[in-house]
Design a protein around this ligand. Structure first.
Ligand code: SF4
Length: 656
C-alpha cells in the first residue's frame, strides 16, 4: 500500500506541469497577508497564537480588537452547519472535499475526459476513516452530493451499489469504473500539513494524470486545500469558493482594499507562467477583478480573543450574541439571520426526536452498541401520568405507538411526569433484577437501590445521547462544532427551552450566537479538530460553548459567559480521543451527555460568581493549545491507544 502511494507521489511530481490550469485557478487566491507569512496549516495554527498577547487594561484601543488579518471572526453559519454523521472531520469534510474536486474538474472542462480516479487517505483519515464512514462520504461527494442536502437513508445502499457494480458517477453525470480495493489507498503516515489529509487524482484513458489536489479536513467540516493552505478558516461549505467574498475567505475583512490588492498581486506574481485555456482564464480574470475591488465584507466587530470580545461588548454596550448578530448583518439580512438560526435549531431538535423515537435496537458497526435514548426517554415519561408514557419501540407497529412529531410542529414538551419512583427494569427471565447485591449479615450492610433521581441530569443525558446515536448511525445532525460533539449544544439548549425559558425564540438565537462566538475563539486560538487536539477539542469545546451560551440566556454578563466557558474547558483539558474500533460510539456518545452536564455545572458556578476568576478563557484556550500540541498522536483520533486498545472487541463479532 505504501509503495503504491510512493509511486503515485513520484508520478504526481513528474506531472506537476500538466496540473498548472487547476493549480492556477486555485492559487489565484491570496497565499498570505502582510501579517501572516505562508506556513503549513499546523504551523500557522499554532504560530498565530503568538499574536494573542493579553490585553492591556489601560490601552484605549486594545490590541485584541484591532482589525488584523488574524482575527477570530467567522460566520456563525460557518461554525454550525447541517451535516451528516458520524464525523465532521472524517465524514462531512471529506464529502465536501470530494464534491469540490469534481466540481473543479467540471469547471475546468476536464470531467468528461476522466477515465480513472485514485483516492489517497492519510493519517487519521486512514486510521479511523473506515469506522467514521469516510469512504462512504467520499463516494457521495464524488457523485456530487452535499452533506447538508443528501438523503441520509440512501448513503448505505448507494455506497454498496458502487462497490458491487464497480462504477462511480462523477458529479452525477460522468460514469467511470472504480475498484475500491485498487483505487482507494490508505496511508497511516500523515501528510506534512495536517493529520487529516486526502489526495484525489484523475487520469485519462491513456493513463495520463490530468489533475490532482490535496485537501485537509481541519475539523468541524472545514476543508482547506493544498494550494490555499494558509487559511484554515477558508470555508467551502454551502457556497462554492468562487462565490465566497474574498475577504471572508481570507479573514482579511478590516484590512484596507489596497492591502488586499497588494496581497493578490504578490500572489499572482509568484505563480508560474502557464497558458490557460478560455474557461480558466475567464475564471482567473473574474477572481482578480473581484479581488481588486477588495470584496464587500467589512465586519464591524473584530476580535481575536476573549479579552477583546469582552472589551467590545463593554465599549459598544452589546451582548455577545448581539455583537455576533451585527457581524452577520454584513452578509445577511435580519430575516435571513433569524431564519437560519431557527433552521439550525429545528435540525437539532429533529435529531433529538429521531434519537428518542428510533426503533432500531442497536447502532451500526460490530460493537453492536445498544441504543439507549428511546429507553431513557420512556423512563422520563414514567411517573405521574402513565398514559403519557411513549410505547416501547418493539410495539411500534401497533396503532398510536409513534412518538409525537418533531417540536417544530408539536414540541416534545411534557407537563412533566418525572421519574421519582422508577422501578428497576425486569430481567429477561421475568424474575426482576436483583434489588440488592451483598450480605446484610455484615458490619457494613449493602445499600438498597435508592429511588432518588436527578431529573435534570437525566434529561440532559437523554437529549445528548439521542443526538449522538443519530450521528453514530449516519443520520442528520448539526455540526456543533463537530459531529462527534454534536449532542452537547442541542441537549443544553433543549433543556433550556423546555424547562427554563420564557421566550424560546430569543433564547435559541442568543444561545447559538453566543456559543458561536466562543467556538470562534477556540478555532483561532487552538483547534476544534480531534486529530489535532483529542476530544478536548470536540466535546471539551462543545461543553465550553454550551456553558457560556447558557449563562447568556440566564442573564449573565459577558464576563460570566466567558468564565463559564473557561470552567467547562478547564475541566476538559487533556481529554483524549480513543474511539473503540474507530466508531464514533464508545466513549463518544456518553461523553456528550457528560459534556452537557458539565456545561450546566460550569454555568451555575459562573453565575454564582462575579466574573472574577484566576483563570481566564484565553488562558484555558492557550492551555488547550499546548496540551493539544504535546498530546501523543495515539490519542488524536487514531484509535491506537486508550480505550480503543484496552477494550478487546469480541472476535466472534461480525466485521463491519
Ligand atoms: S472520543 Fe471525542 S473526539 Fe474522539 S471521536 Fe469520540 S467524540 Fe470525537
Amino acid at each position: 500500500m505504501r509503495s503504491s502511494t510512493a509511486a503515485l507521489r513520484t508520478a504526481l511530481k513528474a506531472y506537476r506541469p500538466a496540473l498548472a490550469p487547476a493549480r492556477l485557478a486555485l492559487t489565484s487566491l491570496p497565499r498570505s497577508t502582510p501579517h501572516s507569512p505562508p506556513l503549513t496549516l499546523s504551523t500557522r495554527r499554532f504560530a498565530s497564537q503568538a499574536l494573542a498577547t493579553p490585553a492591556n487594561e489601560d490601552d484605549p484601543v486594545p490590541a485584541d480588537v484591532l482589525p488584523r488579518a488574524e482575527h477570530a471572526v467567522i460566520s456563525a453559519f460557518d461554525l454550525f452547519s447541517i451535516g451528516v454523521g458520524p464525523s465532521s472531520s472524517h465524514t462531512v469534510g471529506p464529502m465536501r472535499a470530494a464534491k469540490i474536486f469534481v466540481e473543479d474538474l467540471h469547471r475546468l472542462g476536464l470531467l468528461d475526459r476522466v477515465a480513472k480516479l485514485k483516492i489517497g487517505l492519510y493519517g487519521s483519515l486512514a486510521a479511523t476513516g473506515k469506522g467514521h464512514m469516510t469512504p462512504e462520504a467520499i463516494m457521495m461527494g464524488l457523485e456530487g452530493d452535499d452533506p447538508e442536502t443528501i438523503e441520509t437513508t440512501t448513503i448505505h445502499s448507494r455506497y454498496h451499489s458502487i462497490l458491487a457494480n464497480k462504477h462511480l458517477t462523477l458529479n452525477g453525470t460522468h460514469s467511470i469504473s472504480y475498484s475500491h480495493d485498487r483505487d482507494m489507498l490508505w496511508t497511516m503516515d500523515p501528510l506534512p500539513a495536517h493529520p487529516n489529509g486526502m489526495r484525489f487524482s484523475v487520469f485519462d484513458k491513456e493513463g495520463t494524470l490530468m489533475a490532482t489536489n490535496e485537501y485537509f479536513s481541519v475539523g468541524g467540516g472545514f476543508v482547506v486545500n493544498e494550494q490555499t493552505q494558509v487559511d484554515e478558516n477558508m470555508y467551502y461549505r454551502s457556497i462554492h469558493k468562487d462565490e465566497v467574498d474574498h475577504a471572508r475567505r481570507d479573514q482579511t475583512h478590516g484590512l484596507p482594499p489596497d492591502a488586499l490588492l497588494h496581497v493578490d498581486t504578490a500572489a499572482a506574481a509568484a505563480l508560474p507562467p502557464v497558458s490557460v485555456p478560455g474557461d480558466e482564464a475567464a475564471a482567473v480574470a473574474a477572481a482578480a477583478t473581484a479581488d481588486a475591488g477588495g470584496g464587500t465584507g467589512s465586519l464591524p466587530y473584530l476580535f481575536r480573543n476573549a479579552a477583546g470580545l469582552i472589551k467590545l461588548t463593554q465599549k459598544h454596550n452589546l451582548t455577545i450574541a448581539q455583537l455576533v448578530w451585527e457581524n452577520e448583518r454584513s452578509y445577511l439580512s435580519d430575516g435571513d439571520i433569524s431564519r437560519k438560526l431557527l433552521d439550525l435549531w429545528h435540525v437539532m431538535d429533529s435529531s433529538i426526536h429521531a434519537g428518542v423515537s428510533s426503533t432500531e435496537p442497536v447502532l451500526p458497526g460490530r460493537l453492536q452498541v445498544r441504543r439507549r435514548a428511546p429507553h431513557l426517554y420512556r423512563r422520563l415519561f414514567k411517573g405521574f401520568y402513565p398514559s403519557l408514557i411513549p410505547p416501547h419501540p418493539s410495539s411500534s407497529s401497533s396503532p398510536g405507538s409513534s412518538l409525537p412529531p418533531p417540536s417544530a410542529t408539536q414540541p416534545l414538551t411534557l407537563q412533566h411526569g418525572l421519574n421519582h419512583h422508577a422501578a428497576p427494569p425486569p430481567s429477561p427471565s421475568g424474575g426482576g433484577a436483583p434489588l440488592v447485591v451483598g450480605s446484610f449479615d455484615h458490619p457494613l450492610p449493602p445499600t438498597p437501590r435508592t429511588k432518588g433521581q436527578f431529573p435534570a441530569i437525566d434529561w440532559l443525558s437523554c437529549y445528548a445521547i439521542a443526538v449522538n446515536e443519530v450521528n453514530a448511525s449516519g443520520g442528520r445532525v448539526v455540526t456543533a462544532p463537530t459531529n462527534g460533539a454534536s449532542g452537547v449544544i442541542p441537549s443544553v439548549l433543549k433543556y433550556l427551552i423546555e424547562f427554563m425559558s420564557d421566550d424560546p425564540e430569543r433564547d435559541i438565537k442568543t444561545f447559538l450566537l453566543t456559543s458561536a462566538a466562543i467556538g470562534m475563539l477556540y478555532k483561532r486560538g487552538a483547534t476544534i479538530s480531534a486529530a489535532e487536539g483529542g476530544c478536548q477539542a470536540e466535546v471539551g469545546v462543545a461543553s465550553s460553548m454550551a456553558a457560556g451560551a447558557l449563562v447568556a440566556c440566564m442573564g449573565g454578563t459577558p464576563k460570566q459567559v466567558c468564565q463559564a466557558a473557561e470552567i467547562a474547558m478547564e475541566h476538559s483539558l487533556g481529554l483524549t480521543c480513543d474511539p473503540i474500533d474507530g466508531l464514533v460510539q464508545v466513549p463518544c456518545i456518553e461523553r456528550n451527555s457528560l459534556g452537557a452536564v458539565k456545561a450546566v455545572t460550569a454555568a451555575q458556578l459562573a453565575l454564582a460568581g462575579e466574573g472574577i476568576h484566576s483563570v481566564s478563557l484565553d488562558d484555558a484556550i492557550e492551555a488547550m493549545r499546548v496540551t493539544a500540541r504535546d498530546m501523543h498522536s495515539a490519542y488524536k483520533e487514531t484509535s491506537l491507544s486508550g480505550l480503543a486498545t484496552s477494550v478487546k472487541i469480541p472476535v466472534s463479532s461480525p466485521a463491519c
